[in-house]
Design a protein around this ligand. Structure first.
Ligand code: ARG
Length: 282
């Protein structure tokens, strides 16, 4: 199946409005010290804009809301909250996951939020915030497959997202001769992995737990099992090397943990059952 190799959707958020209302004299931005990555804003724009690059194939972290065509999700809410606190407008651009670090290096984005794990390799080319959410790897496959570890996939075809830590994990399993005759199939987007399992092009795919849960809930012919993995995990925000934004973003992330905002967003996006936010653990 041939897919568009690249898609880009840019949307502005509206967090600017409330901030502007509270600014005196409408001079916001002009007296702000030169901010990294601020775009060539039109003269009328009051707030500096930060470009967030993501790969919107990863619900509940980020995906395109079919009703509104907006990119929504856990990462988007966090980004908007941080933007509002720091006085930036956040503009979101979606692209393929495997090009996100390059987008930072090429200064096409001020930061990346894409459920991205801070690995040693990536840290050579980007700086990371603290980890704001953790995840586990799973194997997604057709109902009844019951794959619970990579070793169950001897002689099988295993899908992974191109450029992901899951691809790294699969390659390592082959290199270490952990699984006999494993064939790795890297695909650009998570939806392609799901589709390929359904059609039998691949036998399974490594996908993180919360994302796997969402896709298997809506595709009842599929199942997932958490697998043991020893690699890095968790999501952090990525910045161009040396970006002064890291400290400010970390400060707001800490605030969000302390004031219950993070807990609220975790409930909203990862625990659909919990209609009312529970009090955050102290
Ligand atoms: N956490 C994994 C990684 O950093 C997968 C992230 C995939 N994210 C996405 N938006 N598709 O490699």
């Amino acid at each position: 199946m041939k897919r568009r190799s690249f898609f880009a959707i840019a949307f502005s958020t509206t967090v600017a409005t409330s901030l502007l209302a509270s600014c005196s004299g409408g001079q916001a931005g002009s007296d702000t010290a030169s901010t990294p990555g601020a775009t060539e804003a039109s003269p009328a724009a009051e707030l500096k804009t930060l470009i967030m690059a993501t790969s919107a194939d990863y619900p509940p972290y980020e995906s395109v809301d079919t009703a509104t065509s907006q990119i929504v999700g856990f990462d988007v809410d966090i980004a908007n909250y941080i933007g509002e606190k720091l006085g930036y407008k956040v503009e979101i651009k979606s692209q393929n996951f495997d090009g996100l670090i390059s987008a930072l290096q090429a200064k096409r984005a001020d930061f990346v939020m894409a459920g991205m794990t801070p690995t040693e390799e990536r840290q050579k080319n980007a700086d990371f915030s603290l980890i704001y959410y953790d995840a586990k790897n799973t194997l997604v496959a057709k109902q009844g497959s019951n794959y619970t570890k990579l070793e169950d996939l001897a002689g099988k075809k295993l899908g992974v997202q191109l450029g992901s830590i899951q691809e790294g994990e699969a390659n390592k399993a082959v290199k270490d001769n952990k699984v006999a005759d494993l064939q790795i199939v890297p695909l650009t987007q998570i939806q392609e992995l799901i589709q390929s399992i359904k059609t039998g092009r691949i036998d399974a795919a490594i996908i993180e737990d919360t994302v796997a849960k969402g896709y298997t809930d809506t595709n009842t012919d599929l199942e997932f099992n958490v697998i043991p993995s020893d690699g890095p995990s968790g999501s952090a925000i990525a910045f161009p090397k040396g970006s002064p934004l890291v400290t400010d973003f970390n400060r707001v992330l800490e605030e969000m943990k302390a004031n219950g905002e993070m807990e609220k967003l975790v409930k909203k996006w990862f625990d659909a059952q919990a209609a009312t936010p529970a009090p955050s653990p102290s």
